[in-house]
Write a protein that binds this ligand. Structure first.
Ligand code: C5P
Length: 249
């Protein structure tokens, strides 16, 4: 049994066609927005993509989706080979619900709310440390590069997935501010958490993401660093849009 509840499917087809498409789309512009959790990259990326009329890739959602699909199939987070199969097999689709929010459909089920939980984030971070899982998701991410352009949000968009992107941004913010943003988001959704536990989780996830051997969280050497601590979202969006409007070398 595979991770999408079916028996072995055409993984070669799934892997090969995005690879071919990615090669064909090498000239499509990409803006990569990397950074740690809570740095504002999700909000900023979505707004910038909407203003530019470009596609949007939430790469974290792919890792989260594989993590929860593994959970649904009772796959242990230490079973690397089963997780790799999951990364190939899990059907992940993004749907605009009309309100500007993207719904994430995992194996036919709307998993948007489950994906946003800290449990899904921690599972994603654990499986994201497995090199073969990262490799399995590589071409799937590159297939999002389609005209007229792509805004790609993640941890390794500028370093590994789109190293040739003409525009690269790395967002940071103090851990305290990131925990506070997350606290507000969760509170609005009625989820009860404490600031202390959120700060601890954010610091633990940062440490795991930055210290892993493969694709650790770090800015690309040609990325523009923006510290969003104390900055309103609109100010960050304006700086990023300004970068894209400048002629590239
Ligand atoms: O961005 P988000 O918080 O949804 O990502 C969840 C986890 O997935 C991160 O903590 C990180 O471990 C992993 N991730 C990654 N590479 C990406 C995107 C996410 O390793 N490009």
């Amino acid at each position: 049994m595979t991770c999408n509840g079916t028996f072995a499917k055409g993984w070669v087809r799934d892997w090969l066609s995005p690879a071919i498409m990615a090669g064909m789309n090498a000239s499509v512009p990409v803006l990569t927005i990397d950074g740690p959790s809570g740095s504002g990259k999700g909000t900023v990326s979505r707004l910038v993509a909407a203003r530019l009329g470009w596609h949007y890739l939430d790469s974290g959602a792919l890792y989260r989706a594989v993590g929860i699909a593994a959970g649904w199939s009772d796959i242990d987070l230490s079973d690397a080979s089963a997780l790799v199969r999951c990364a190939f097999d899990t059907d992940i689709a993004f749907r605009d619900d009309g309100s500007g929010e993207l719904r994430v459909i995992v194996n036919g089920t709307d998993a948007t709310d489950e994906l946003r939980t800290e449990t899904a984030g921690a599972a994603a971070s654990a499986i994201a440390a497995i090199p073969e899982v990262r490799a399995a998701l590589k071409e799937r991410q590159r297939a999002f590069r389609k005209p007229p352009g792509l805004v790609a949000d993640g941890r390794d968009m500028g370093t590994v997935i789109f190293p040739d992107a003409p525009y690269k941004v790395f967002l940071t913010a103090s851990a305290e501010e990131r925990a506070e943003r997350r606290y507000k988001q969760l509170k609005e959704k009625g989820v009860s958490v404490t600031m202390d536990s959120l700060l601890r989780e954010i610091l633990a996830r940062d440490a795991r993401d930055a210290s892993r051997a493969v694709a650790p969280l770090r800015p690309a050497s040609d990325a523009v660093l923006i510290d969003t601590t104390g900055l309103p979202v609109e100010a960050v969006v304006a700086r990023v849009l300004d970068l894209v409007s400048r002629p590239t070398a």
